[in-house]
Design a protein around this ligand. Structure first.
Ligand SMILES: [Zn+2]
Length: 296
């Protein structure tokens, strides 16, 4: 018999300057009935309180890259976020446990990149993919981005319980609330909660067998000089066009002097997370993904 889902977590403020999630948690705190369902318990929380207070992405290090099993088990790692990650892991994990405190998590994020609504999914877990497929059916404009992350062992908040994923919406500047994206994100949350109410009551109409995804292939950094200074900007053709289908010869960067730098990789890859502010320090100007339909 399939496993009943007993507890779901909604987390916001993992990056303290991404206000959509921060204020949705504020809204649910004032009115918990909004996320209440009969067949499971919903908990919600701000994850990085100090970063929220300072309206910054993080204090010492990116909390959303801090949930590797090695890091969580290493007592010598003692930055603010390392300690915080261990506390969060006890609340909604522990990661890898057969009996975690939470069955499913949705971690709320926003991006400065104009890519609309996305689910970023990093797990092979079958239930997570069923949820993603259900959301895609209810909200067809959402994109499903499959990405294992940049640290090897998945280190996202969404990797703590056995099932879950990250919700990314944009474009939203850091430290800014945008009403349309706020309500779109709330709609995704409600859709996910609806899924689990149907799932627990065995009222889902079907099992999904396939889904269209954007499968991460690689990331592309800005052209930089030997000291690491950026020498070219994202080309205006790409700037506002998340999930842009690239072909050889498309201008993707423009130097400070106005010269174009053209794409020379595989035809047909899609560019996303284009010009995400938080990725300048990660050496990522955009991610490239392959669009495909996979079996789930
Ligand atoms: Zn984020």
């Amino acid at each position: 018999m399939k496993k009943q889902i007993n507890k779901i977590a909604i987390t916001g403020g993992t990056h303290g300057n991404e206000l959509t999630g921060v204020y949705l948690i504020n809204k649910f705190t004032k009115n918990p009935d909004l996320v209440k369902r009969d067949s499971f318990k919903t908990i919600f929380m701000h994850t990085n309180l100090e970063a929220i207070k300072q309206c910054t992405r993080y204090i010492d290090k990116d909390l959303n890259r801090t949930f590797t099993k090695d890091g969580l088990n290493n007592p010598d790692l003692d930055t603010y976020e390392d300690i915080l990650a261990k506390e969060i892991n006890q609340k909604i994990g522990p990661k890898g446990s057969d009996n975690p405190n939470v069955d499913f998590i949705m971690d709320l994020h926003s991006t400065t990149s104009n890519m609309g609504l996305s689910i970023c999914i990093s797990t092979e877990d079958k239930l997570s993919w069923q949820v993603a497929a259900y959301v895609k059916e209810c909200i067809p404009e959402i994109h499903i981005f499959s990405w294992k992350g940049d640290t090897g062992d998945t280190s996202f908040v969404s990797s703590i319980p056995p099932s879950g994923f990250t919700i990314e919406v944009g474009s939203i500047p850091q430290g800014v609330l945008r009403a349309d994206m706020f309500f779109e994100t709330e709609k995704i949350i409600q859709t996910i909660l609806n899924f689990f109410e149907l799932y627990n009551n065995e009222k889902l109409k079907k099992v999904y067998t396939e889904i269209e995804i954007y499968d991460n292939v690689k990331s592309v950094d800005f052209p930089r000089d030997k000291d690491g200074n950026i020498e070219a900007m994202v080309h205006p053709d790409l700037q506002e066009n998340g999930y842009y289908k690239l072909k050889k010869g498309d201008p993707i960067f423009v130097t400070l002097d106005g010269e174009y730098i053209c794409y020379s990789d595989l035809d047909g890859l899609y560019a996303l997370f284009i010009n995400e502010a938080a990725y300048y320090e990660k050496g990522v100007a955009m991610c490239l993904a392959e669009k495909k339909i996979i079996s789930i």
